[in-house]
Design a protein around this ligand. Structure first.
Ligand code: ACO
Length: 427
């Protein structure tokens, strides 16, 4: 047992218990702080605040470690499948072969969406950003399953979770199809989760679509790399939305909205745009200089991370996957060379070394996704597809946590103190 933490305030002493997890930093339990002292803590961006307990994902940002239920992301990416990782995150253990088969079949049987859902797409301009469509259409799912989703019933929670994981690829593919003016394709239950998604995205009803096994494997791996990442902004958003007892489909739509931002899921789109703008390795120093210039808001996209102060372990797998996809598709995109060179220059630059800025998962993912044929506007959609597994697992964990409360942060008020209202004619 660690000794309690002591706090001295206004000449009085207070003690707060220290809680230990299985690994990682201890946390000081300050739940009674306000009741005892009348004070709050101040922690914008929650940099020092644990908002919950969780047994799903562990990150050691200094060492560059990412574990799902204890398994290293590198091993999962190399040896498992996205469906296995989904099962692992939801149920806590890796599935046996039979369990995996049953789980995959269950997910497959939920891939179709209600025919009426297609009508929602027509309400969007044809050039609407697919993330805008995702926010709207996934939110709309709540209207289809509201009465059948009692969040206090574990069976209904499981069905809602399966529906979300299964329908997200269908909706993501429909968002893409809508943007290119092609007809929607129904799911094909004979294909894998990822193969089915590729077919719904790139296939057309006029001819058969053959899934490229190398692309299917790479895509599945990309999904694994994005499946969960502890209490990041979008996951915290899902938990916060869910803490009020909101419909899970609506909570996931809230997560999608948060993920869209360029500092979070939108970074892979921004990273690829930046690489295209840089163009050739000769122009890298100019961009490195801009990234270091305090008066220039430009940042090297795909570099730096709130938690990783070391190489993002997902970036390692991603870099390897670029080569595999390029070989399989016989692509030779100079952007990859630019990316490799940029990484090398940045990693040897004092500014980046000192600030511990390393490539994150988004640095290479854009290069691969673009080689597979996805437009940049779809990148964050793919991230949302994969992260739905994590969001759903975290949402389930939150609902069953006995410590769970409605999320309600405090504030340091800096506005005017009470003052009399002045009627408009007298101002
Ligand atoms: N390029 C140049 N300088 C940077 C970069 C970067 N990519 N990232 C951080 N810095 C600098 C900041 O200017 C700051 O410098 P200062 O201390 O002199 O003011 C210092 O490093 C710390 O940066 P913060 O923004 O305070 O760090 P924080 O942990 O809040 O930010 C973030 C992390 C938002 C990811 C940031 O590194 C960034 O904007 N990176 C680019 C966007 C990106 O790649 N996002 C993807 C994140 S991964 C994901 O969501 C899956």
């Amino acid at each position: 047992m660690t000794d309690p933490a002591t706090l001295a305030l206004d000449g009085k002493g207070f003690e707060y218990p220290v809680m230990s997890g299985t690994i990682g930093p201890d946390v000081i339990d300050i739940r009674k702080l306000y009741a005892q002292t009348g004070d709050f803590t101040y922690d914008p961006g929650f940099t020092s605040t644990a908002s919950c307990r969780s047994a799903l994902t562990y990150i050691d940002g200094d060492e560059g470690v990412l574990l799902h239920r204890g398994y290293a992301i590198g091993e999962l990416a190399e040896q498992s499948s996205f469906m296995e990782v989904a099962y692992l995150l939801l149920r806590g253990e890796l599935p046996t072969a039979d369990e995996l088969k049953t789980f995959s079949t269950t997910i497959t049987r939920h891939t179709m969406v209600h025919e009426q859902l297609a009508a929602f797409f027509r309400g969007f301009r044809r050039d609407a950003h697919p993330m805008a469509i995702m926010c709207g259409v996934v939110g709309a799912l709540s209207a289809f399953y509201h009465d059948s989703t009692d969040i206090h019933d574990p069976v209904q929670r499981t069905i809602a979770s399966h529906r979300l994981i299964a329908k997200i690829p269908t909706i993501a593919a429909m968002a893409y199809k809508y943007s290119v003016g092609q007809p929607f394709l129904y799911p094909d239950n004979s294909l894998s989760y990822t193969g089915n998604f590729l077919r719904m995205t790139f296939g057309v009803p006029a001819e058969p679509y053959e899934v490229n096994p190398a692309v299917e494997k790479a895509m599945d791996r990309i999904f694994i790399l994005h499946a969960d990442h502890e209490q990041n902004a979008s996951t915290s958003t899902v938990r916060l939305a869910g803490s009020s007892g909101a419909n899970p489909f609506a909570c996931i739509a809230a997560g999608i909205a948060c993920l869209w931002g360029p500092a979070h899921g939108g970074a892979n789109e921004a990273a690829l745009n930046m690489l295209r703008e840089i163009g050739t390795p000769e122009r890298i120093p100019e961009y490195i200089a801009r990234a270091k210039d305090k008066n220039d808001p430009f940042r090297l996209m795909g570099f730096g991370h709130r938690v990783y102060k070391n190489y993002d372990p997902r970036a390692t797998v991603m870099q390897k996957t670029v080569r595999e996809v390029f070989d399989a598709l016989k692509v030779n995109d100079p952007l990859f060379e630019t990316a490799l060179r940029l990484e090398e220059i940045a990693l040897n630059d004092e500014y980046f070394v000192e600030k511990k800025l390393f490539p994150n998962v988004d640095f290479y993912s854009g290069v691969i996704l673009s080689a597979i044929g996805f437009p940049t506007s779809m990148f964050t959609v793919l991230f949302a597809l994969a992260r739905t597994v994590g969001w759903v697992a975290q949402w389930n964990e939150m609902i069953t946590d006995p410590d769970q409360k409605i999320g309600r942060p405090r504030q340091l008020y800096t506005g005017p103190t009470q003052r009399p209202y002045v009627p408009v004619g007298q101002r």
